[in-house]
Ligand binder design. Structure first.
Ligand code: ADP
Length: 481
């Protein structure tokens, strides 16, 4: 489905939701009106009729009975009749003002009224249908006197037309409100859809550019919170893509350069052996030596690159264990002695015996290897390397100090970057420029502090801290100094 269509469907969905909500509320209102409100209102009317009728009945016989009616009715539209049992004679027919009034509706006084009163203990409540006006009347009949064996009955009645009128009035209002709500819902959903779909359309357009490889796209910041969030996320994704792309380019450039140079040299010396030095054992040995050293460089480069790739793809996981750091330092120095020309080098140890740390042994071995081999590489006249390791609280600080080229202050912050290498003395010993970056990744994975103190011409001291216990130093704090 095209994104545009989706957005329009979202707008439509919003409109449908609004409309359904409005219709639901109206329906609920309708049901409440039609049932509970109507019934409640009628019951209340009947209760009030009861109260007024009994109050009026109590004042019957008093001289100002008619005047009292006016006050008792409180302005409500009651119709009052008094009927004698003797021939069902209508003695009085009054309105709520106590004034004479003509009979309001047929059937208010049923023929069998007195027998019904007998059955109901002298008070009978009933409803009468007024077919002419199509309304109902609520009626209460109370025996108020017995004059020589002929009872007199007070009949209070009230039309329930008001209730129906009220319900009708409210219903029309509800329909009107429903129409208004629907109109508002339509306008609202239109506005919201427009507000939402505008930035979404722009975002989609920009996302398409990003998909085509344009990482410089500027994502729109306007719109609702969600759109802004999406925009920010896409911006992060774009910068990540860009970084990866730059890395890829940089990697290809470096790989091709770093691999090409030794390969060219190897090829050249192999040809020389073939054509020139084949018969000359001294020359041949020299050329073979060169081929071997270039092959070593190439192997080193490939190993470094693969290690970095493993670290970055997180396939090289930190496997922490307790191990003897002192032993590891000596083992690394020994292993380098096998592979490096250490002629004339003095390696001084100032290492406490049996220093235990909790870290990934292999990774820390890699850090030490890098620090020590760099110290060897960048030493010129003073071939002295000082390795120091000591307990500092619950941490173990290890440093590798050399008295070689040193690093100038403005380059210090960059040496941990990938492929960064400087060779101020023209030692021609720089390698891939990956080593210190691998150190950085490893130390950050350990959450351990690391750094370098260096001065040009005076040498460098590379150092790192490790935790001696499991619970400390497991954080991800970057402690680079
Ligand atoms: P490489 O040693 O392969 O060039 P590294 O990442 O190990 O790459 O080091 C990056 C750069 O940091 C080196 O090229 C060098 O300029 C500088 N550097 C590292 N260690 C030392 C050191 N002990 N003395 C002087 N410079 C160093």
């Amino acid at each position: 489905m095209k994104p545009n269509k989706l957005i329009h469907r979202m707008g439509f969905g919003m409109w449908v939701s609004f409309t359904l909500l409005a219709a639901g509320i109206a329906l609920l209102f309708w049901i409440v009106l039609g049932t509970s409100l109507k019934v409640g209102y009628q019951n209340e009317t009947v209760r009030e009729l009861d109260r007024v009728a009994w109050t009026a009945a109590a004042t019957y016989g008093e001289p100002d009975f008619k005047t009292n009616l006016k006050f008792i009715s409180g302005g409500e539209n009651y119709f009052v009749q008094i009927v004698s049992e003797q021939g069902m004679e209508l003695l009085l027919s009054l309105d709520n003002q106590g004034e004479d009034a003509r009979v309001q509706a047929e059937g208010i006084i049923p023929r069998e009224l007195f027998s019904l009163l007998d059955k109901n203990g002298g008070c009978y409540r009933y409803r009468v249908e007024d077919a002419v006006r199509n309304v109902e009347w609520a009626v209460i009949a109370i025996v108020i006197a017995n004059w020589e064996g002929s009872r007199e009955v007070l009949i209070f009645s009230k039309s329930l037309a008001n209730v129906d009128y009220l319900i009708h009035l409210l219903s029309t209002r509800v329909i009107f409100a429903l129409v208004v709500v629907l109109a508002i819902a339509s306008v609202l959903s239109l506005i919201i859809t427009k507000r939402f779909s505008g930035p979404m359309d722009r975002l989609t357009e920009k996302a398409r550019l990003l998909a085509r490889g344009n990482y410089q796209v500027d994502f729109p910041k306007k719109g609702c919170y969600e759109v802004q969030q999406l925009s920010e996320t896409l911006e992060i994704a774009a910068s990540e893509f860009q970084a990866t792309e730059e890395l890829r380019r940089e990697f290809i450039a470096n790989v091709s350069h770093d691999m090409k140079t030794p390969l060219t040299v190897i090829k050249m010396y192999a040809e020389m052996i073939q054509t020139v030095s084949g018969e000359n054992p001294v020359k041949r040995e020299e050329h073979l030596q060169r081929i071997l050293s270039e092959t070593e460089k190439l192997t080193g480069f490939i190993n470094d690159t693969m290690e970095l790739a493993r670290l970055q793809s997180k396939t090289w996981e930190v496997k922490k264990e307790y191990f003897n750091l002192t032993q590891l330092i000596r083992a690394v120095v020994d292993s380098l002695g096998v592979h490096q020309e250490l002629d004339g080098f003095v390696i001084e140890f100032e290492v406490e015996e049996e220093l235990m740390v909790y870290a990934d042994r292999k990774m820390i071995g890699r850090v030490l290897e890098n620090f020590i081999s760099n110290a060897i590489k960048f030493s010129i006249d003073t071939k002295r390397i000082h390795i120091k390791s000591r307990q500092e609280g619950s941490y173990v600080r290890t440093s590798v100090r050399d008295y070689g080229t040193g690093i100038c202050a403005d380059q210090l912050p960059f040496i941990w970057k990938r492929y960064y290498k400087v060779d101020p003395y023209g030692t021609n010993k720089t390698g891939t420029g990956i080593g210190l970056h691998i150190v950085k990744e490893i130390m950050e994975m350990h959450g351990g502090r690391y750094g370098v103190d260096s001065r040009l011409n005076q040498g460098s001291s590379f150092w790192f801290y490790l935790c001696e216990r499991e619970e400390r130093g497991n954080g991800s704090a970057n402690w680079q100094a």
